[in-house]
Ligand binder design. Structure first.
Ligand code: BG6
Length: 491
């Protein structure tokens, strides 16, 4: 009897799409190059476009890289043997015949009649349940979790509010059990995000300070320089809160704010994350600033405004920027503002967490005017991964001047190892059945509860977002929100 990892059949539904080309196949290739995939491997792309195996292979080759197999000859050999295992089946997502074709194809290429199967659904939410049901009806899903297993990977958006998300969870569970379902939030696969628990719980200094007594505020900022750039068809239906804040930023918040897990099992970690999300007060309009970018100002490089994009309706009220002030009602965080902000078409690309500590009272060095600045822990997720701790230091010299300086861990100089793409880590975890980096259904429900009421208010009242120029820092009103929280946004 073959063991769990001896055989693997990966079926990527939506194989001709952008996500599959840019992320999924390159991640599979990276795992293949590092010998993380079993020798008995078959990869099948399934999508609506009519493609031959050859055309499909040449499409995916564009994005494969030799990061893990340097040397032209070795890399070319690896690519060839990898691509030999890749095949393509075309068909409509709602057609039973298409899935029968897929079934026949798998019978031909899968190494055993009972091969482990991983289905990656890289498809729009509108066809998502049809495809899951078709997979179930075609008899692709093994019962139970033992080998051979079937697992499904799904990408957000998981619904558009609490009810639609619950419905999706419920309908999908008729085909794949919760154990077989892997909901991806690719931020959880990013190196620095994975380090959050290590930083908090493998260092003696942080945990005693990680409370309201010492922490003044927590900021989580996400910024992109690009606008929607022709992706409005998807984005306009969702907006920045559903696209980024409700998932990526709340996931970061839950890792920053959760209680220590008793052990590292996925169940325990997810339970603690869910607990802190449940303790987070739903956001209301008072604590939210919404924006939509307009064209770049005169003199700046020209960029269209959001509604000028040809994939966006002229009268769209969809938000491309949101800043929110959140509160967590539990003893550790009572009264500490958690400031979240996310925006497209801003002045920089960054994802950053800033933990600001209270000012020091009764400091022997300070008169009323000369108090040292407060300590701050800055965790930069991207683009240049780093952890910095801002301290007050004596300026060298004969006097007693003080300045703030950073203890600075820059990943690119501190580590020689390659930083894997988030999808590499996440796909490996799916194959190994490890679920701590995936979103459980309870956690998903708790995250939706924080934003569902305000999203309904925005939609029902056609709330108009504030304009901000392309390439700026977002609406000025977001500054007022920070002032209200007794803090200021830090860059
Ligand atoms: C996706 C969002 O989840 O994350 C996109 O849908 C966003 O709107 C993307 O651009 C950003 O991902 P990354 O890994 O480039 O920060």
């Amino acid at each position: 009897m073959k063991s769990d990892l001896d055989t693997l059949s990966v079926v990527v539904v939506g194989a001709s799409g952008d996500l599959a080309k840019r992320k999924i196949f390159p991640a599979l290739f990276a795992l293949y190059c590092q010998d993380f995939l079993p020798a008995e491997l078959t990869i099948t792309g399934f999508a609506r476009s009519q493609l031959t195996d050859e055309a499909f292979r040449s499409r995916i080759t564009e994005h494969l890289t030799c990061r893990y197999t340097p040397g032209e000859k070795d890399c070319a050999e690896k690519m060839e043997t990898f691509l030999d295992r890749c095949h393509y089946v075309s068909g409509q997502y709602d057609s039973t015949d298409a899935f029968l074709d897929l079934f026949m194809h798998l019978q031909q290429y899968e190494p055993h009649s009972r091969t482990n199967r991983l289905f990656y659904l890289a498809i729009p939410p509108s066809v998502f349940l049809d495809v899951a049901r078709a997979i179930g009806n075609a008899g692709f899903v093994y019962c139970g979790d033992a080998s051979p297993w079937s697992r499904v990977v799904i990408e957000k958006p998981f619904g558009e509010d609490r009810d639609s998300s619950d419905e999706l969870v419920q309908e999908l569970s008729l085909v794949f059990s919760e154990n077989q379902t892997f909901r991806i939030d690719h931020y959880l696969g990013k190196e620095v995000i994975q380090n959050l628990l290590v930083l908090r719980f493998a260092n003696r200094i942080f945990e005693p300070l990680w409370t309201r007594e010492h922490i003044k505020s927590v900021q989580i900022s996400w910024a992109e320089q690009l606008g929607v750039e022709g992706r409005g068809g998807y984005f306009d239906q969702y907006g920045i809160i559903r696209d980024v804040v409700q998932n990526h930023l709340l996931q970061i918040l839950s890792l920053v704010a959760m209680e220590p897990p008793n052990h590292l099992s996925s169940g325990t970690i997810r339970r603690e994350k869910t607990r802190v999300l449940k303790d987070t007060r739903p956001v209301d309009m008072e604590n939210l600033v919404l924006g939509q970018y307009v064209s770049a100002p005169a003199g700046a490089p020209p960029h269209q405004g959001y509604t000028e994009d040809e994939t966006v309706p002229d009268d769209s009220l969809t938000c491309t920027y949101a800043a929110a002030l959140l509160h967590i009602d539990n003893p550790r965080w009572e009264g500490v503002p958690f400031m979240l902000r996310a925006g497209k078409a801003l002045d920089r690309k960054t994802t950053e967490i800033r933990i600001r500590f209270h000012d020091l009272e009764n400091c022997v060095f300070c008169g009323p005017e000369a108090c040292p600045h407060s300590n701050e822990l800055v965790i930069r997720v991207q683009p240049d991964e780093a952890i910095m701790f801002r301290i007050t230091n004596k300026v060298p010299g004969l006097g007693m001047d003080m300045e703030t300086r950073d203890l600075d861990l820059q990943y690119d100089t501190a580590f020689s190892e390659l930083i894997p793409d988030a999808y590499e880590d996440l796909l490996l975890d799916v194959i190994q059945g490890e679920k701590s980096l995936f979103i459980g259904s309870q956690e998903l429900a708790a995250a939706w509860d924080i934003f569902t009421p305000v999203l309904h208010t925005i939609d029902e009242n056609h709330v108009r977002p504030l304009p901000y120029p392309f390439g700026s820092t977002g609406p000025a009103e977001a500054m007022d929100l920070a002032v209200k929280a007794g803090t200021a946004w830090r860059q």
